[in-house]
Design a protein around this ligand. Structure first.
Ligand SMILES: [Zn+2]
Length: 874
């Protein structure tokens, strides 16, 4: 799944991160957790013929499914299917009526006689149900009369059972035939090839799809509705994109790089794209960012960015598209056996995003993503003590930042340490040997060793079965007499539980008057000293050149060396590290000037981003001057937004306030204007109210600036904005505007019960994101009169597994206002705004809330792969 796609962790991606956080706050799952271990099996489900019809007005599914099963044990008398909330009307076994019973989780079918290994049984189940999850109806209502009708499914992790009685765990694979009878003007998408469409009479049409390669039930999919299609190909194979019928013109702008990605991945992996077609269907209100159903991915419709905004987000949907495509090999062709090994799906999909970025946007971009991902992984301190492969995730999610970020990083390190050729030889062998099978991590280790004759046991022991990552403290001295650099390396992580001392190969680069020289060393001890020859005192010493190891590092360097490194280091990551180091030299003008120069001239976007952030941290007049002057030079929208963001940290500076007000009103970049609208709200600049309200009433593609302005009105906290915010929160307005307005309402006139009541009124709405914004706004407002409504919502039966813990957290906030609690994502806006503290209190409290929030949001972020529309990346 994805969530929400990558670069998801970039610091300017607050919006997306927060959204994800919301989904994960208070994550003590008191609802069902996924089964960590695969169940033992009595039978093999080989094929399912699934015929579905829908009664839209009742949100009902009517199913007729025939499963072909074969006993795996002698004497099996009963076949048990996962089935939740479905009414089973009849069951026939080999065309004869059969006895069956149900529990709240199972359908148990009696075989006519004790089964034998190898026999086949056709079990036909007729049923109907109103699924509370797994299958979703998106339908017009009085407030949104024009929304295209859509029905879609989301199986992962264990939700297929809510609309289809089946074997619902990854450790089984089956072929499928999907027969969908829908209104004649709809399109449908399911796994595999389209076999036929036939007139079903009464204005209905029947579509038959057949998937001839077996995959697991969580990868089964149905999408149907008022959709439009754009057709493309890859080597004559159909590559199709679907959108709700009013947004077909957005498909090409956002999705046309798909065939190039299929080509790249097929070549790199040495295994051609394995399925008979590739469809991507973008649907409204999708509960994830994307889902890699075999041959037929479903993505959130918010990945269909307005073509007028696409040029400002040139790479934006690539993370999502390449992630889900990567899963077609890793996850779909070769599938984790259990949720405890989910990194075999998600780590690989995350790694494949890097492969696309590297090939299409260049090494610096890929390095920049990786550099950012490492920083964010370390910020999520709850991940550190847990190994990647684990089966004890009852109290958290297996879809965490270890499965995604660290998993992707581990594969990157493995490639670096094995070398490109050996690494891909290993992956090719892994895919070929395990094609169409379920795997655990040992299968990957074995395949790599068979293909490369390199023993990788120690690598996997420390990085995958072990926890954490090295924390280095590095220092050096130069002995002019001996002409020698002595470097002392300490591993400072606490050796505890699954965290040990790391044994890693590290490249040390020493640059002196004669140029740079590389020295590979092996680090393995708690403390050790390495010596290197150097004819003259070094100008720059790099430990782990280019950041090839997931690590944190304290390497004290003086200003001169940092300035030299920022200017001269060959690798993006080393220059970015220097930028971070210089950002800590508060009030230093030389640091500001060095950063300012790099902001304008470095060849890497990632380094320039880092220098803007560091100039914001320096917060000195010289830094302000550099940021302001760079606005005249820098044209790239993402960098302009980063500069505006950095300027937003200078309080009470009239020149900066005026500049940001001007940008908010008029700048060639929508992204920069949106960032400025957020900044002037937070800074409460003199004309902020006037500019923000004008922007709310103005026009921009998809209300992009309006939404930024609505979000800015919250931190501005001017009660005059209340009627405007209440108006934009109301049903009938665009969902994203409503979210922004509701979040800002959390922060104004906190004693006004009418506002609380208005937000309470939105809780029952079917629109996932409005519901979410309302839950958090009520928690933030601190008005305890909302508690009964939240408690009532908690009891309703249609909550997704994520939503219930969030509601519970907000109720706790309201019951214990003194404890502060976490601010909701909506308060922080979904655009490129810096986070604002949700809770009152001192700076320390604010920071600790924020830290906790980031930690949790990152975890969930990866977990859900973006259940909400992707926020702007970078
Ligand atoms: Zn994924």
């Amino acid at each position: 799944m994805l969530r929400v796609s990558e670069k998801r962790q970039c610091p300017v991606v607050w919006g997306r991160m927060l959204i994800c956080a919301v989904l994960w706050l208070g994550s003590a799952l008191w609802l069902r957790a996924d089964e960590p271990y695969a169940p033992s099996k009595d039978y093999d489900l080989q094929h399912s013929k699934v015929a579905l019809r829908f009664e839209l007005e009742h949100r009902k599914v009517i199913g007729d499914v025939t499963h072909t099963v074969s006993p795996l044990r002698e004497g099996v008398e009963k076949i048990s299917f996962d089935s939740v909330g479905l009414q089973i009307q009849s069951v026939r076994v080999n065309r004869s009526e059969a006895k069956f019973s149900t529990t709240d989780k199972k359908l148990i079918v009696n075989l006519p006689k004790a089964g034998k290994i190898g026999e086949k049984y056709e079990i036909e189940i007729k049923y109907e149900g109103k699924p509370t999850k797994g299958l979703y109806f998106i339908l017009p209502d009085k407030d949104y009369p024009n929304i295209p009708k859509q029905v879609w499914t989301q199986g992962e992790s264990e939700d297929t059972r809510y609309y289809l009685p089946t074997y619902d765990y990854p450790n089984d694979r089956l072929t499928t035939e999907t027969i969908l009878t829908v209104p004649a003007d709809w399109l449908t998408v399911s796994n595999g090839k389209l076999i036929s469409t036939t007139d079903a009479g009464g204005g209905m049409k029947t579509w038959t799809w057949r998937e001839s390669l077996p995959s697991s039930t969580y990868l089964f999919t149905v999408v149907a509705g008022e959709l439009v299609e754009v057709r493309d190909t890859w080597h004559n194979m159909p590559v199709d994109y679907y959108a709700p019928k009013d947004r077909g013109d957005r498909l090409t702008a956002n999705y046309s790089r798909t065939p190039a990605m299929i080509e790249l991945f097929s070549k790199k992996l040495g295994v051609d794209y394995p399925w008979e077609k590739y469809a991507q269907s973008m649907v409204d209100d999708f509960v994830a960012g994307g889902m890699e159903n075999s041959s037929a991915t479903t993505n959130t419709a918010s990945s269909l960015r307005n073509p007028k905004l696409v040029p400002e987000y040139p790479t934006d949907e690539d993370g999502l598209i390449s992630h889900e495509l990567g899963h077609q090999w890793f996850g779909d062709l070769v599938t984790t056996k259990d949720w405890g090994n989910i990194w075999l799906n998600e780590g690989f999909a995350t790694f494949m995003e890097t492969i696309w970025t590297e090939a299409h946007y260049g090494k610096d971009e890929a390095d920049s993503d990786r550099w950012t991902a490492a920083r964010n992984w370390f910020q999520q301190r709850n991940l550190y003590a847990k190994p990647i492969v684990r089966h004890d995730f009852d109290d958290s999610s297996e879809f965490d930042g270890n499965a995604y970020t660290k998993g992707g990083w581990v594969l990157y390190m493995l490639r670096h340490q094995l070398g490109e050729d050996s690494f891909y030889a290993g992956l090719k062998h892994y895919l070929e040997v395990n094609r169409g099978k379920n795997v655990v991590t040992a299968d990957l280790i074995k395949a790599i060793e068979e293909a490369t004759h390199t023993n990788v046991d120690q690598f996997f022991d420390q990085w995958v079965y072990g926890a954490g990552a090295p924390k280095f403290e590095v220092s050096y001295s130069y002995d002019a007499e001996k002409k020698q650099v002595a470097m002392t390396v300490k591993q400072t992580q606490k050796v505890d539980g699954r965290v040990g001392l790391f044994r890693v190969p590290v490249d040390v680069e020493i640059t002196n008057a004669t140029g740079p020289k590389l020295y590979p060393v092996g680090v393995s001890k708690a403390e050790e000293t390495f010596t290197f020859p150097s004819e003259s005192a070094p100008q720059m010493v790099l430990f782990d050149k280019g950041t090839q190891i997931l690590k944190s590092m304290e390497f004290k360097k003086d200003k001169k060396e940092l300035l030299y490194q920022l200017k001269n280091a060959g690798e993006m990551a080393d220059r970015a590290d220097a930028a971070v180091g210089l950002g800590k030299l508060k009030g230093d003008d030389e640091a500001a000037n060095g950063l300012g120069e790099a902001l304008q001239s470095d060849k890497s976007r990632g380094v320039r981003d880092a220098t803007a952030e560091s100039l914001g941290e320096l917060n000195s007049p010289a830094a302000a001057k550099r940021l302001l002057s760079s606005l005249g030079e820098v044209k790239e929208p993402e960098l302009r937004a980063a500069i505006v963001q950095a300027l937003g940290s200078f309080k009470e500076n009239a020149e900066i306030s005026a500049k940001l007000e001007a940008i908010a009103q008029d700048d060639p970049s929508y992204r920069a204007r949106a960032a400025a609208l957020g900044a002037i709200g937070r800074m409460k600049t003199p004309k902020a109210y006037e500019i923000l309200t004008a922007a709310v009433n103005g026009d921009s593609p998809d209300g992009f600036l309006r939404n930024a302005a609505l979000r800015g009105l919250g931190p501005l906290g001017d009660d005059k904005a209340v009627p405007l915010l209440r108006g934009w929160a109301a049903p009938g307005k665009e969902t994203e505007s409503r979210q922004a307005a509701i979040s800002s309402l959390a922060r104004v006139q906190k004693d006004n019960k009418e506002i609380t009541n208005q937000i309470v009124g939105y809780l029952p709405e079917p629109h996932f994101r409005v519901k979410l914004a309302s839950i958090f706004a009520l928690g933030s407002r601190g008005d305890a009169s909302a508690i009964p409504a939240l408690e009532a919502l908690l009891k309703s039966d249609d909550l997704s597994i994520e939503m219930a813990p969030m509601i519970k957290t907000q109720i706790e906030r309201l019951k214990n206002p003194g404890k502060g609690g976490l601010g909701g994502p909506m308060e922080m806006g979904m655009g490129e705004e810096a986070p604002e503290a949700g809770a009152k209190g001192g700076e320390d409290q604010r920071l600790s809330h924020l830290e906790q929030l980031v930690e949790e949001m990152n975890e969930r972020l990866k977990a859900i792969e973006g259940r909400l529309p992707p926020a702007p990346k970078r």
